[in-house]
Design a protein around this ligand. Structure first.
Ligand SMILES: *Cc1c(COP(=O)(O)O)cnc(C)c1O
Length: 385
């Protein structure tokens, strides 16, 4: 068995320090020792989300927080504006439909970012629309959507909310929640937070809090009013994922130790090195114009078996990357840059990619990609360096 190396855009490798913190006896969540841990985590989450407002912690995968955002802000019959353009954009639309709404969808070619004009036009078509649902980083296509500009469009109307799936963007891209006026921002533990799956985070602006009572559809576990009533007092409405929260305390400290700017720079550099290495190998990028720094999506060359390439990287070389999802299945593969990864992980992934491509008969010169990546990452210190 080759050594296991995880470079997916979630789940991600977890640092040993975080694993150690979780490997302790389970504490009762009402125990006095848990209160300061929860309090510290709440404070640090606000720093990572760049907000003064509460960031709620939920025991669920990221999609649970997406569902919470829909069930708390969308009523049956509503016409929210939803940006498609990838599997996760489609998930927003499916959730809105499941809660009885009729989303006004902005279709975007996969691999492209939505334009602020397209969103403004959607609001003009449906003036009663109150919410915009969008991904910051559309992980399925490796695209970053222009959140700052989209927020400006939403802010042209005082009653509208911008609800951002930042699951693979928080801690990766600079996404200042308060400064840009983002009403709801969501993330999840198994992305840049370097934790196992199981926690979701959700910020609420003052405007969003004021809207919590409006939705008329059903909600129970994800009724955010329940959590908002108790989390500021370091309690949770239901049993929290205690062990993960102990891990979260460590990972937040690690994320904040060097400052967020360093994390943004690291993700940008790992992304750039991967992209330029791919181009040096004669590959084509799937998101050439507005790349997400969470993962790099690369087109499978014509005539090559895309699923076979991903399988070979896993079975022969030990590298778990991601293939394409939905309509991109078999057509692209994605190399993650999030989690406990550094320059050497990226260089090694490029080396394995070269070997697997060469095995499958794709004409490359071994070392062309790794040389490009190495040169770019030469002066970029590994984490903690
Ligand atoms: C990973 C991811 C999700 C899904 O999160 P789960 O934890 O699998 O529910 C949703 N949106 C984006 C942008 C993601 O990257």
């Amino acid at each position: 068995m080759p050594k296991y190396r995880l470079l997916a855009p979630g789940p991600v490798p977890v640092p040993e320090r975080v694993l150690q913190a979780m490997a302790r006896p389970v504490l009762h969540h009402r125990a006095p020792e848990f209160i300061p841990v929860f309090e510290a985590v709440r404070a640090d989450l606000k720093r990572v989300f760049q907000t003064e407002e509460e960031v709620l912690i939920l025991a669920s995968s990221g999609t649970g927080a997406m569902e919470a955002a829909v069930s708390n802000f969308v009523s049956p019959g509503d016409r929210p504006v939803v940006v498609l353009g990838g599997k996760f954009g489609e998930r927003w639309a499916e959730l809105c439909t499941a809660y009885g709404a009729a989303p006004e969808c902005v279709d975007v070619e996969w691999g492209q970012a939505v334009t602020p004009e397209a969103v403004r036009e959607a609001f003009e078509r449906v003036p009663e629309a109150r919410c915009l649902f969008v991904q910051a980083s559309e992980t399925s296509t490796g695209v970053y959507h222009p959140i700052r500009e989209l927020a400006a469009v939403v802010r042209e109307h005082p009653d509208r909310l911008i609800i951002v799936d930042g699951i693979s963007a928080v801690g990766v891209h600079d996404l200042p929640t308060d400064a840009w006026g983002l009403d709801v921002v969501i993330s999840g533990s198994q992305k840049s937070f370097m934790l196992p799956p199981g926690l979701a985070f959700l910020s609420l602006s003052e405007r969003a809090r004021a809207e919590l009572g409006r939705a008329t559809g059903p909600r129970y576990y994800f009724d955010l009013r329940k959590e908002l009533a108790v989390q500021p007092e370091n309690q949770t409405a239901f049993t929290p994922a205690v062990s993960l929260i102990f891990g979260l305390r460590e990972s937040l400290q690690m994320m904040l130790a060097d400052g967020l700017a360093v994390a943004f720079e690291r993700h940008a550099m790992l992304c750039r090195a991967t992209r330029e290495a791919a181009v040096a190998l004669g590959l084509k990028l799937y998101a050439p114009v507005s790349p997400s720094h969470a993962c790099t999506a690369i087109r499978v060359p014509d005539g090559l078996d895309g699923k076979g390439l991903v399988r070979r990287l896993r079975d022969v070389y030990g590298f778990t990357i991601a293939g394409g999802q939905g309509r991109a299945a078999g057509k692209i593969f994605r190399i993650g840059h999030i989690g406990d990864l550094d320059a050497f992980d990226t260089i090694a992934a490029v080396a394995a990619l070269e070997m697997a491509l060469s095995d499958l008969g794709f004409p490359i010169k071994l070392g062309e990609g790794t040389r490009t990546a190495t040169e770019l990452l030469r002066d970029f210190p590994p984490r903690g360096g």
